[in-house]
Design a protein around this ligand. Sequence first.
Ligand SMILES: C[S@@+](CC[C@H](N)C(=O)[O-])C[C@H]1O[C@@H](n2cnc3c(N)ncnc32)[C@H](O)[C@@H]1O
Length: 213
Amino acid sequence: MDSDVDDLLAEQIAYYRARAGEYDRVYAEREDLRGLLAAADELPIVGDVLELACGTGQWTQVLAGRARSVTAVDSAPEVLGIARERAASPKVRFLQADVFTWQPQRRYDTVFFAFWLSHVPPSRMADFWNTVAAALAPNGKAVFIDEGPAEAAREDVAATVRRLDDGSRYRIVKAFHDPATLTGDLAGLGWSADVRSLGNFIVGIAEPTANAG
Ligand SMILES: C[S@@+](CC[C@H](N)C(=O)[O-])C[C@H]1O[C@@H](n2cnc3c(N)ncnc32)[C@H](O)[C@@H]1O
């Protein structure tokens, strides 16, 4: 039921607000994640970039090195505070908003999101990708990175529970995607996508089918 999904999404927002101070630990601990940040050099990140669910700015700082401007959106003021320090640049501006209700006020050459798609419930995929399409300039591309199928094999559930250092528990969405299925799902939503595995991760580049010709 959709009110259940609303409750789950509210809990997911609360989880990341409460986790802000713990979030960067995963980047300190996982060498594969730090390697992935470097792999962004190969991705088509150009022009004015919109970053959705920017978190503590780990990717924002990388995007800022490649983009003309970065607009970085997240729902959690606590992570935005950390991101503002990490990715401080005249090119970067941060916005606090819920991606599921936010409407872009302009169009961007690139819409980027890292470790966000797996937090989008299946029932919200179409609306989410419509928001991405509304944010893209003609010939613009969506570029995304997420956990790959190996992670999915360990935790293949739509709603899962996370625990913080203080013992508090939160339900969040975890909907893993394998490249072939996601490519097909995106085709059904009007996107031409190239989704690949990269080590433990998936990397995708997508554009609305009308643009792809
Ligand atoms: C797994 S983290 C990814 C952060 C960052 N992109 C990275 O890769 O390090 C997910 C992020 O989504 C944000 N988030 C959760 N629900 C959101 C929503 N409805 N709208 C916007 N951001 C949301 C959280 O605050 C958190 O920063």
